[in-house]
Write a protein that binds this ligand. Structure first.
Ligand code: PLP
Length: 468
């Protein structure tokens, strides 16, 4: 049988590795990676030979060892290139959870780099020469920015809620409105987190309306906490009623019960001053006298992924000592980035300029139009003969569950070509290096310039030129 002969002709791995054409690869890549890639290519070839039915097809398969080198090279390159890598976000969604939420201010990036490549005083008090607390690096900043008595940081806001509920209400009842029992993207569900914390959910009111007396009636011996949760990317509109935080706080005071708010996004500047809808600020929450507030680091705050817990000193102290605090501990890189981002908020005008999440959300339409014109011009220069390129006005979303109904006026570059359908073009852009992620509408690929970084404009044109 001819096949046997072919299979016998396959070179052994050792022989292929010795080929002069492999020398450069062997020098540049780890030996185990080379061996595995070579084995994979040979096995693949063996499978092809076995699966091939026709004699002439069999004869067209090259068994020349040198012809295997490019295949091995491709495979090795794939194995050695990072899986987690930069993408160009042309979706216009600023806080895109799948794309890493917030990108950081340059000062925050510098701080991370310095702490990552050196030893630091993470848990060391340099004044006294004794052990310190990792929370201390941001606690003063958070106190002065929010007016809260104390603060701590954990891995993310889901962790913050879990820790707070466990520390305050394990085995006891937590009262929350039915209208706030929501699921937030990525399977964060208030009832599930509550269950995990050991607290007992006591839901009151209805989906659309909850009144203060609903909470009042539910308070009993077993009550440990009144909870208000931001409904994030979900809104009840029309015939609805929620109890304002300050009324809950007053009720809590009357019954000597702590009140907590899961604020979700946690914004430190009042965005309504800049023409957006009002998103409750952290300061406004603290002013009501609420006992605990939790929010994310990487949503509207524009910092690294983290969960910020602020509130009354006594409660925060209990949380800092809770065993879960160790499990949810935040790392030094996050703290470095968070600290520098928070410091920018000491001057709000600087914050909205230098924190990319805020500057992208607040980018004015004329500026976006200019950016889109620039991108369109670059594209026309490079690929104008192949593509139809036009600048049109559209809307972009904030994302991250913040300001879910807000439509930000934006400018986009719409691309289409006779050679490819819009979905094919989208797929090719997505698989480019760097990947470019846009939106498809009808027969066009839309690139929203709101989330495209200035230095990426030329890059996008370069990538498009390589697509056929
Ligand atoms: C986003 C969000 C969370 C989860 O925060 P992570 O930082 O993603 O863990 C919890 N609660 C609310 C209200 C949210 O909006």
């Amino acid at each position: 049988m001819e096949k046997e002969k072919y299979l016998r002709q396959l070179s052994p791995i050792d022989e292929i590795l010795e080929l002069p054409a492999m020398k450069d690869l062997i020098l540049n890549y780890p030996r185990t990676v080379m061996v595995n890639a070579t084995r994979t290519v040979i096995n693949e070839l063996r499978r092809t030979i076995i699966a091939t039915k026709k004699e002439d097809e069999l004869r067209s398969i090259s068994l020349e060892p040198d012809d295997l080198v490019p295949l091995i090279h491709e495979l090795v390159k794939e194995v050695m290139s990072p899986s987690l890598r930069r993408v160009i976000n042309a979706t216009g969604v600023v806080i895109h959870t799948n794309l890493g939420r917030s990108i950081l201010a340059p000062l925050a990036v510098d701080a991370i780099l310095s702490v990552a490549s050196n030893y630091s005083n993470l848990e060391f008090n340099l004044d006294e020469g004794v052990r310190g607390s990792r929370h201390s690096h941001v606690e003063d900043l958070l106190r002065s920015l929010t007016g809260a008595e104390a603060a701590m940081i954990v891995n993310n806001n889901a962790g913050a809620v879990l820790l707070a509920l466990s520390a305050i209400a394990e085995g006891k009842e937590v009262i929350i409105s039915r209208g706030q029992l929501v699921e937030i993207g990525g399977s964060f569900r208030i009832p599930d987190v509550m269950c995990q914390s050991g607290a007992i959910l006591k839901e009151v009111g209805t989906t659309n309306k909850t009144y203060l007396e609903d909470y009042q009636k539910a308070i009993g011996e077993e009550t440990a906490l009144l909870l208000k949760a931001h409904t994030s990317n979900f809104r009840v509109v029309g015939f609805s009623a929620e109890v304002p935080l300050q009324d809950l706080v007053a009720l809590g005071k009357k019954h000597k019960l702590p009140v907590m708010e899961d604020l979700g996004s946690g914004v430190l500047v009042d965005l309504s001053k800049y023409g957006l809808s009002h998103e409750p600020t952290v300061c406004e929450s603290v002013k009501t006298g609420v006992d605990v507030v939790t929010f994310s680091g990487d949503k509207l705050l524009g910092a690294p992924q983290a969960g910020v817990i602020i509130g009354k000193e006594k409660l925060i102290a209990v949380m800092k000592k809770h065993p879960l605090a160790r499990a949810l501990r935040v790392d030094k890189l996050t703290l470095a980035g968070l600290e520098e981002t928070l410091r920018l908020y000491l001057d709000p005008a600087k914050a909205i300029e230098e924190i990319p999440t805020l500057s992208m959300i607040l980018a004015p339409l004329p500026k976006l139009k200019k950016k889109a014109e620039k991108l369109a011009k670059k594209l026309k220069e490079k690929v104008g003969t192949k593509y139809s390129i036009e600048v049109i006005e559209d809307v972009s979303m904030v994302g991250g569950g913040a300001l879910p109904l807000e439509e930000l006026p934006t400018a986009i570059v719409a691309l289409s070509t006779k050679n490819l359908s819009a979905s094919k073009l989208e797929s090719k852009l997505r698989k480019s290096d760097p990947p470019i992620l846009g939106r498809v509408r009808e027969d066009k690929v839309l690139l929203d310039v709101r989330t495209i970084q200035p230095e990426e404009i030329g890059e996008i044109a370069g990538v498009l030129a390589t697509i056929s």
